[in-house]
Design a protein. Structure first.
Length: 68
């Protein structure tokens, strides 16, 4: 059985950009995030942020595939 950590950062250099992206998406969906710990937000709001991040990343990847 392999011992893989799903939380491992594949590209650690991308973390700053992803963090900035998270705050942009949160602002778009109307969730007020503060710098640092945001454990006080609801699971629904956290899901909205993460879901929209994934949606936008998929759209970007698909548009790059079409542009080839």
């Amino acid at each position: 059985m392999s011992n893989t950590n799903s939380n491992r950062k594949l590209v650690p250099e991308a973390m700053d950009s992803l963090d900035k992206f998270k705050y942009e998406v949160a602002s778009e969906v109307g969730v007020n995030l503060k710098n640092g710990y945001n454990g006080n937000i609801s699971a629904r709001d956290a899901g909205r942020i993460g879901g929209n991040m994934v949606k936008k990343l998929i759209q970007q990847a698909e548009s790059q595939m079409i542009g080839r």
